[in-house]
Design a protein around this ligand. Structure first.
Ligand SMILES: [Zn+2]
Length: 118
């Protein structure tokens, strides 16, 4: 389904696909707008989320540690479902990228080896 948003200036409909069970795409979802607005106004009515500390994310082990912290924070009710979902997706991407760069390194090591041993 296409997003129900219509640009008031141009009269054009948004061509993006909607989010699951929603009338709008990610950018035009009014619910998200509300959440963004609440995030902007400090001390709003909404549940305050903890500011998570920056952590090094250089190895799969770092990501694993971060995920463990994330799970604990989530279980303690310190972060929202939405935030947990986003962080989980990001760490998934991070892990995949790490896996790929690891594979790339192994392949180039193999190529080097083959060249040195014709
Ligand atoms: Zn849209």
């Amino acid at each position: 389904m296409k997003c129900a948003f219509v640009n008031q200036k141009t009269g054009k409909k948004c061509q993006a696909f909607t989010m699951k069970n929603a009338k709008f795409c990610f950018f035009h979802n009014p619910f998200l707008e509300e959440e963004k607005r609440m995030a902007r106004s400090k001390g709003g009515k909404g549940k305050k989320e903890f500011k998570l500390p920056k952590v090094p994310l250089e190895s799969p082990q770092d990501v694993q540690k971060m995920l463990a912290d994330l799970i604990n924070s989530y279980r303690a009710g310190e972060i929202s479902d939405k935030r947990a979902t986003i962080l989980q997706r990001l760490s998934d991407g991070m892990l995949k990228a790490m896996e790929l760069s690891g594979l790339e390194k192994r392949i180039s090591n193999l190529e080097d080896y083959i060249q040195r041993h014709p």
